[in-house]
Unconditional design. Structure first.
Length: 479
C-alpha cells in the first residue's frame, strides 16, 4: 500500500477532497507526516468494502497467519473485541470469559447486555515470591459448558499481558464439541506462530476468532490490529457488520499502510527478526541468572519471549519501585508495574545497545539491593498481583449493563465494604478490572486498591479529592 500512496503523492492529481491538510507541506508542524494521508478516493479502495489494494493487503496478512478471513483494524484490538463478542453472542446472551480479560470485553458485555460467566485463571508463583495470573484450565471450560448449555461463546486471553499462554488447541476442541465459538484475545501474540522458535498462534490452534495487536510486538503504528476468522460457527457477515459499526468510517490510510508494511517486513525478514528476539531473551536470562534480589522468570513460566518480568525476591523492592528506578535512574521506560515486578517488552527490533543497557541496569540494581539488605529482617513474601489480590474476583449481584446505568454515589473507600460498585476500577495498564459494576467491594479488595494508590500506580475508577480523600462509586441504597 505504501507504494501506491507514494505514487499518488507524487502525481499531478490535485486533492479537492478530505483531509483538509491537502498534503500541503505548509499545513502546520505535522505536515511532513501527512504526505501519504488520504481518504477513500477512486482506485484506493474502502476498508469497509475492500476489493482492491486494501483487500490485497488483508489477504497477505491472512496467508501469513493461516486464517480464512482477515480484516485490518484501525481502532485497535478494542474494536476487534467489541466486534467479535457482538457477532458471536446474541443480545442478552451468555458469554464464558476469563476473568483476566481486557476492559474491552466488559464494555462489549455492557453494550450487548450480556450475562458473564467467569473462568478463573490458575495461580503461578514464580520463585514463590508473588502471584501471577496463569493459564485457563481446559477442564474448567469443559465443566462450565456442561453445566450451562446456554453459553454461546468462550473468550480467552492468550498470551496474557505477562506472556503466559493457555492450551488453545485443547480449549478449541472442547468448545467445538459443544458447538460454541472460541474467541481468543491474542493482542500480545501477533508474533506467535511466525517462526520455528515461537509458540504457535491461536489461528492455527483452532480458535474461531483471533485478535492480534500488530503494534504491540511487531513493527506497526500504535492503534493497528488484525482480526482473523475461520470455521463455520461464526456468521461472517454479522462480524463484518459490527466491524463497520465499531470502526471509523474514515479509516486512516497511514495506519493501514503501516499494517501492510509490517506484514511485508515479516514476509521478507521474519526469520532474522525473530531470531534476534529469541537471542535477546536468552541473553537476558543467561546474564541475570546470578542476581540475588532480582530474577526473571524463564520460558517454563513466561512462554512469550517478548516479555521480560523483572521480579523482586523476598519483598526486597516493589514492582512500582523497580519501574520508577529503571525509568528515572537508568533511563529505561518499562511497560507497566505489578506488585512485585516490572514488565519490559522486547522485540526483534530492539538494538543490541538497548538490550545491553537493560542487562546492566538489572545487575547494577541487584547489587544495590544486596548492599541495602538488612540480614536481620525476616524475608517477606510478596502477595497479590497486578490484577488484584490473590486471583479472586468479587461476587456480582447485578449484571454490568444494569449496574453501570443505575444511580450511584461517591463514598469514601474505607466505608465501601459490602457495597455494590457502580464503576469499573482497574490498573492501567493492563486494563483488567479489579471490580466491575454490580460487584461487591470486599475488605481485601479495598486493601489492595489502597495499596496500589499508595504505590502511585495508575488506578482508574477511584477518585482522589484535593484534600486526599479516596472515593469510589457505589450504587445508591434502596433507602
Amino acid at each position: 500500500m505504501k507504494k501506491e500512496l507514494e505514487s499518488l503523492r507524487d502525481s499531478d492529481l490535485y486533492p479537492f477532497h478530505m483531509p483538509g491538510h491537502k498534503r500541503n507541506p505548509d499545513a502546520g508542524a505535522m505536515a511532513g507526516y501527512m504526505d501519504i494521508d488520504i481518504t477513500e478516493i477512486d482506485d484506493y479502495d474502502n476498508l469497509h468494502d475492500a476489493e482492491g489494494i486494501i483487500l490485497e493487503a488483508e489477504k497477505r496478512a491472512e496467508r501469513l497467519y493461516g486464517a480464512k478471513e482477515t480484516h485490518f483494524l484501525v481502532n485497535g484490538s478494542t474494536a476487534g473485541i467489541l466486534s467479535a463478542v457482538s457477532a458471536a453472542v446474541s443480545d442478552g446472551g451468555k458469554l464464558l470469559a476469563g476473568r483476566n480479560s481486557h476492559k474491552a470485553l466488559y464494555h462489549a458485555a455492557y453494550l450487548r447486555q450480556l450475562e458473564l460467566k467467569y473462568l478463573k485463571p490458575g495461580k503461578i508463583e514464580p520463585g514463590n515470591y508473588g502471584i501471577l495470573w496463569g493459564k485457563i484450565d481446559p477442564g474448567e471450560v469443559e465443566e462450565s459448558l456442561n453445566i450451562d448449555r446456554d453459553i454461546e461463546a468462550v473468550f480467552i486471553t492468550s498470551p496474557t499481558y505477562d506472556g503466559i499462554s493457555s492450551d488453545i488447541r485443547a480449549i478449541a476442541e472442547i468448545c467445538h464439541n459443544h458447538n460454541v465459538i472460541l474467541i481468543v484475545d491474542a493482542a500480545h501474540g501477533a508474533h506467535f506462530g511466525l517462526y520455528k522458535g515461537l509458540p504457535e498462534n491461536a489461528v492455527r490452534e483452532g480458535a474461531d476468532i483471533v485478535i492480534h495487536s500488530v503494534h504491540k510486538t511487531l513493527a506497526s503504528m500504535t492503534q493497528t490490529a488484525l482480526i482473523h476468522v475461520q470455521g463455520k460457527l461464526v456468521n461472517r457477515e454479522r462480524l463484518r457488520r459490527y466491524l463497520r459499526i465499531y470502526q471509523s468510517s474514515s479509516p486512516s490510510y497511514v495506519l493501514m499502510s503501516s499494517i501492510d508494511s509490517c506484514i511485508r517486513d515479516i514476509e521478507s525478514r521474519g526469520d532474522e527478526i525473530f531470531s534476534r528476539l529469541i537471542g535477546f531473551k536468552d541473553k537476558i536470562l543467561k546474564e541475570t541468572k546470578d542476581c540475588k534480589k532480582l530474577f526473571i522468570p524463564g520460558k517454563d513460566i513466561v512462554s512469550d519471549p517478548c516479555k521480560v518480568l523483572v521480579c523482586a525476591k523476598d519483598g526486597a523492592i516493589t514492582g512500582q519501585q523497580i519501574y520508577d528506578i529503571l525509568r528515572l535512574d537508568y533511563k529505561l521506560q518499562p511497560e507497566m508495574a505489578g506488585d512485585f515486578y516490572s514488565l519490559m517488552i522486547i522485540t526483534g527490533y530492539d538494538t543490541d545497545e538497548g538490550i545491553d543497557r537493560l542487562i546492566a541496569a538489572i545487575k547494577d540494581l541487584d547489587q544495590k539491593l544486596i548492599k541495602k539488605a538488612d540480614d536481620r529482617n525476616e524475608p517477606k513474601k510478596a502477595s497479590g498481583n497486578s490484577y488484584g489480590g490473590a486471583g479472586d474476583y468479587p461476587k456480582a449481584l447485578f449484571p454490568i449493563y444494569k449496574a453501570w446505568d443505575a444511580e450511584s454515589e461517591l463514598m469514601d473507600i474505607s466505608a465501601a465494604g459490602g457495597r455494590i460498585s457502580g464503576e469499573f476500577i482497574n490498573l492501567y495498564p493492563p486494563g483488567i478490572p479489579l471490580i466491575a459494576p454490580g460487584e461487591i467491594f470486599t475488605k481485601e479488595l479495598i486493601a489492595d486498591i489502597g495499596k496500589y494508590i499508595n504505590a502511585k500506580m495508575n488506578v482508574q475508577g477511584a477518585f482522589i479529592t484535593e484534600n486526599g480523600e479516596r472515593k469510589v462509586s457505589v450504587l445508591k441504597s434502596a433507602d
